[in-house]
Design a protein around this ligand. Structure first.
Ligand SMILES: Cc1cc2nc3c(=O)[nH]c(=O)nc-3n(C[C@H](O)[C@H](O)[C@H](O)COP(=O)(O)OP(=O)(O)OC[C@H]3O[C@@H](n4cnc5c(N)ncnc54)[C@H](O)[C@@H]3O)c2cc1C
Length: 378
C-alpha cells in the first residue's frame, strides 16, 4: 500500500478535529476544510462520558482550559417532582478512573482545535492546517481529490468525510441514492441560562444549588434534562417532546411557539415551566448502513453513523472513531491495501456504533439509561 502521508479532513466538528489530532499524533500531515468562515459559539452543552474523556486525555486535552464541569449526582424526577431514581456519576468516575465532564460545545471544539494546531514535540506531525470558508462540494474517491464550491482542488492520500449528518462526502461514497435522514418524531427545546441569574431567582435557584444533572420525565417521552457547563456558570436545558414535523424536509429547525411549549409541559412543576422558552430543534438520525468508504475516501462521526441524542453518545462515538482509525490505518501489515484497512476499521466500529444508534432510538420514550446503556464505560 502507498504511504499515508497527507490526509484531508472535511469538517471541523468534534469528529474532524479529533481525527486531526489522532493522525497528527502519529506524524501524519493533516489539513482540515471547514465550510463556515469561522468557528463560532454555536450549540449548547455536551456530556463527555468516560469513554470519550479517556481518549481526550490521551490527546493532551486540558479540562481546565476547556472550562469543564465535573459531573456530580444525577436525579430522575417524575412530572410531580418526586425523585424516582438517582445515581452518583462520581461513583462511576471512581470505578473507571476517568473523569465525566460537562462542556460547552464551543469550549470542547476550541480545545480540540488548540491541540490540533499548536506546536508539539517532534514525534507529532506538523500543526494541522485549518482552512475556513471552504465548502467542499465534491470528492473523487479514486484520486483522493476534493473540490470546493469555488472550484479549488486539493489532493490527499486519504479523504476523511467528517462533515456531519448531511454529509456531502457520504453522498459521493454511497451514491446519489443516499437515504434522507429520518425525523425521530421528537423535537427538542434547547437553551442555556446564566447560573448567577438563576441563583438570584427564589423559584429557580433550586435547579442550581449544587452541581447535578436533573432529568424530569413526563408522559410520551416529554423530558427536561438540566446540567451545568463552562465552570458551572451556565445551565443547559434539553427538553425533547413528540412534535409534528415534516419527515421529508431535512430541516433542523421546527416551528415552536411559546403557547405550544406551555401546553406540552403544563403538567410539569411551575418553576420548571418558567425555564422553558421556544427554540425548537428537530431530532434526526439515519438508518445504520454499511459502506463508509470508497477508494481513498472514508466517513467518520455523524457522517457515518448519526444517532439520536438520548444517550449523549454521538460526539463520544466520533471521538472513539478517531482513537481507533490510526491503528487500522498505520499499524497493519505494509502490504495490506487501503481498502482492506478501511474495511477493517468499519467492521470494528460498525457493531458498536450501530448498537448505540439502536439504543438511542429505543430510549426516545424516556430514560432507561442506567439499565440499558453501558456505552460510556468502554
Ligand atoms: C440535542 C443534542 C444533544 C447532544 N448531546 C450529546 C452529548 O451529550 N454527548 C455526545 O457525545 N453527543 C451528543 N450529541 C451528538 C453530537 O453533537 C454529534 O454526534 C457530534 O457533534 C457529531 O460531530 P461531527 O463532527 O461528526 O459532526 P458535526 O458536529 O455536524 O460537524 C460537521 C462539521 O462539518 C462542517 N461541514 C459540513 N459540510 C461541509 C462541507 N460540505 N464542506 C466543509 N465543511 C463542512 C460543518 O460546518 C461542521 O463544522 C448531541 C446531539 C444533539 C442534537
Amino acid at each position: 500500500m502507498s504511504q499515508i502521508n497527507k490526509v484531508l479532513i472535511v469538517g471541523a466538528g468534534i469528529a474532524g478535529l479529533s481525527i486531526a489530532i489522532a493522525l497528527r499524533k502519529r506524524g501524519v500531515v493533516v489539513e482540515i476544510f471547514e465550510r463556515t468562515p469561522e468557528l463560532s459559539e454555536v450549540g449548547a452543552a455536551i456530556s463527555v462520558a468516560p469513554n470519550s474523556a479517556r481518549v481526550l486525555l490521551s490527546f493532551g486535552f486540558d479540562p481546565k482550559r476547556a472550562r469543564a464541569t465535573d459531573a456530580g449526582p444525577q436525579y430522575e424526577y417524575n412530572k410531580d417532582g418526586v425523585v424516582v431514581d438517582s445515581l452518583d456519576l462520581r461513583d462511576i468516575v471512581r470505578d473507571v478512573g476517568v473523569p465525566w465532564w460537562f462542556l460547552h460545545r464551543a469550549d470542547l471544539q476550541f480545545e480540540l482545535l488548540r491541540i490540533a494546531t499548536s506546536d508539539r514535540d517532534e514525534s507529532w506531525g506538523p500543526p494541522a492546517m485549518l482552512r475556513l470558508g471552504f465548502n467542499i462540494i465534491r470528492v473523487d474517491c479514486d484520486s483522493g481529490v476534493i473540490v470546493s464550491d469555488k472550484g479549488e482542488r486539493f489532493q490527499g492520500d486519504l479523504i476523511i468525510g467528517a462533515d456531519g449528518v448531511k454529509s456531502v462526502i457520504r453522498q459521493e461514497i454511497t451514491g446519489r441514492m443516499d437515504e434522507p435522514s429520518v425525523y425521530s418524531g421528537h423535537s427538542a427545546f434547547r437553551s442555556l441560562y446564566n447560573i448567577e441569574e438563576l441563583k438570584a431567582d427564589p423559584e429557580l435557584r433550586v435547579f442550581v444549588n449544587e452541581i447535578k444533572m436533573e432529568d424530569w420525565v413526563g408522559r410520551d417521552g416529554r423530558r427536561c434534562l438540566l446540567y451545568p457547563c463552562r465552570d458551572n456558570t451556565l445551565l443547559n436545558l434539553f427538553a425533547p417532546v413528540f412534535w409534528e414535523a415534516s419527515q421529508s424536509v431535512e430541516s433542523w429547525r421546527a416551528n415552536g411557539k411559546a403557547s405550544d411549549l406551555a401546553e406540552k409541559f403544563k403538567e410539569f412543576p411551575k418553576p420548571l415551566q418558567k425555564l422553558l422558552f421556544p427554540g425548537l430543534w428537530q431530532i434526526r438520525d439515519r438508518n445504520p448502513v454499511h459502506g463508509w468508504h470508497k477508494g481513498k475516501a472514508l466517513l467518520i462521526g455523524d457522517a457515518a453513523h448519526p444517532m439520536l441524542p438520548h444517550q449523549g453518545q454521538g460526539g463520544a462515538q466520533a471521538i472513539e472513531d478517531a482513537a481507533s482509525l490510526p491503528i487500522f490505518l498505520l499499524d497493519t501489515p505494509p502490504d495490506m491495501s487501503l481498502a482492506a484497512r478501511l474495511q477493517r476499521f468499519e467492521e470494528f466500529r460498525y457493531p458498536r456504533v450501530t448498537a448505540i444508534q439502536e439504543r438511542s432510538r429505543q430510549q426516545k420514550e424516556g430514560p432507561k439509561q442506567r439499565e440499558d446503556s453501558e456505552a460510556w464505560k468502554c
